[in-house]
Design a protein around this ligand. Structure first.
Ligand code: NAD
Length: 479
């Protein structure tokens, strides 16, 4: 399957006609290729976006909204095709792609199609000065959107939908590891009547294609989701050029469990928050802290349930743990298991590669629980981004809060307790961008989304995203 760039409404190979291999992680084989784009392709995408901007930015909100809803509907119509493509490209279970990834991509377009019609700006009367101020929130121009491989279409559209709803034109790059659904999205945008040049999708490596986007002098804002190291690199390039930046980066999220929680609900949800998408979700709770009174019981039940998870080929409807996204991800995880053992971590279950019959070269790894003695060990401090969690007991609220906050990251946290006062007390003190109490991954798209510390900069979601993708201008009129 040959993937092409989508520039100015046309599907094209890269200018250099060079290609990259696209792997199927379920069997480790190359199953297609994608353009290895360079600066020349990004420049062409920019030119297309720039020429589309004057018309698109003046297109009525009703018309923009109508087109975005059409894209959303077409994604729903073609849900099965997109889900299969996502599952093959990423290794995630087909079930997850059908129920989470693709429905959410459709929701992203529908949500921002509606949000833009409700977005308003302010006016301030300067009493005593006979003047009125009003704020215009104008689209920025051409913006860059760069996304990772773990939730490919879900996160790609989470950026593109608000960017174009707000009247910008976009140069976007999906991860080179999972380019397929972004490619298919181009077809849908065409069918929905999105004018050419409004969305341009350029495929290729981060260090070349991505780099050309962040270095482009006239791409005025960058919305990036990916690793913290890449985020820091982007900030270094973008800051001296005064680009607007939104960075959604890595996490090392605590999952704090008190003995007064609804135990069964907590256990079921903790299985999901640990291992959904093979643990490759930035919001997974990878450090589990359990109140010592229920530690032994939890340890036994959690290990037992984890062992029951069905590892298998992603296309099978009963598969709960599919393949990791890449060989390098598999190697990285194996390395972290070695480090954990060297640091006296005890592997309670998993810890090994897994072989799926007939797919021996696929990148499968057992869901793994490691009992650790201290929160300062490497697997509690570095983002593993795989089906690996640590568990350890705690005795007091202060102790667990201190451990939860002792990390360079600050994305999300989960808290299990039926003590209302405690839940508020702890939530207020956790150094993270979002806290879930007695649930996980329950998302309302109106809410601000993003991290603190090394987990990022800025917030997306709801009107926060529309604020990011617009420039506020105050106009003061004396009458
Ligand atoms: P990554 O940083 O390697 O790549 C992300 C994207 O950036 C890819 O498209 C890549 O090609 C591009 N890129 C790489 N180098 C670049 C450069 N020099 N210039 C411009 N673009 C460049 O991340 P990944 O491995 O694809 O994704 C995993 C990471 O993403 C994890 O750390 C995870 O926590 C994080 N993540 C964060 C969130 C969030 O919302 N905070 C969500 C999902 C994933």
């Amino acid at each position: 399957m040959e993937i092409q760039n989508f520039i100015n409404g046309q599907f094209l190979p890269s200018v250099s006609n060079k290609w990259l291999d696209n792997y199927n992680p379920a069997n480790g084989e190359v199953y297609g290729k994608l353009p290895n784009s360079t600066k020349a392709d990004v420049d062409n995408a920019y030119i297309a976006a720039k020429s589309a901007f004057p018309t698109w930015s003046q297109t009525t909100l009703e018309e923009r909204s109508r087109i975005l809803i059409k894209i959303s509907e077409l994604l729903e119509t073609h849900l099965q095709r997109f889900a299969e493509a996502e599952s093959i490209d990423n290794g995630k279970p087909i079930n997850l792609a059908q129920t989470v990834d693709i429905p959410r991509a459709a929701s992203n377009f529908r949500f921002f199609a509606n949000a833009i019609t409700q977005y308003s700006s302010e006016s301030h009367e300067s009493v005593g000065h006979q003047a009125i101020n009003y704020t215009l929130r104008q689209p920025i121009g051409v913006v860059g959107c760069i996304s990772p491989w773990n939730l490919p279409l879900y996160l790609f559209t989470w950026k593109i939908a608000p960017a174009i709803a707000a009247g910008n034109c976009v140069v976007a790059k999906p991860s080179e590891i999972t380019p397929m659904t972004a490619y298919l999205l181009g077809e849908i945008c065409k069918e929905a009547g999105l004018p050419k040049g409004v969305l341009n999708i350029v495929h290729g490596l981060g260090k070349t294609t991505g780099q050309a986007i962040i270095e482009h002098p006239d791409i005025e804002a960058i919305s990036f989701t990916g690793g913290t190291t890449t985020g820091a690199h982007i900030a270094k390039i973008a800051a001296p050029m005064f680009k607007k930046l939104s960075l959604e980066l890595g996490g090392k999220n605590p999952n704090i469990i008190f003995d007064d929680c609804d135990y069964n609900d907590m256990l079921e949800t903790t299985i999901r928050s640990s291992f959904a998408n093979q643990g490759q979700i930035c919001l997974c709770g990878s450090r589990i802290f359990i109140e010592s009174s229920i530690y032994e019981k939890f340890k036994k039940d959690f290990v037992e349930k984890t062992k029951q998870l069905k590892i298998g080929h992603p296309s099978k409807s009963d598969t709960q743990i599919g393949a990791l996204v890449s060989k390098s991800q598999l190697e990285k995880i194996k390395n972290y298991i070695t480090i954990a053992k060297e640091e006296n971590g005890v592997v309670l279950c998993g810890g090994n590669e897994f072989t799926v019959e007939n797919f021996e070269n696929g990148y499968y790894f057992e869901p793994t629980i490691i009992e650790v003695k201290t929160n300062t060990c490497t697997i509690n401090q570095e983002e593993v981004f795989g089906p690996v969690v640590s568990i350890m007991p705690f005795n007091t609220e202060d102790e667990v809060l201190q451990m939860a906050n002792t990390t360079k990251y600050g994305l999300s946290a989960t808290l299990w307790t039926n003590n209302l006062k405690r839940s508020i007390r702890i939530s207020n003190q956790l150094q993270v961008g979002l806290v879930w109490v007695n649930t996980w991954m329950l998302r309302d798209l109106r809410t601000p989304f993003g991290g603190t510390k090394a987990s990022g900069l800025g917030r997306e979601g709801g009107f926060e995203a529309l604020r990011f993708f617009t420039e506020a201008k105050n106009i003061c009129i004396k009458y």
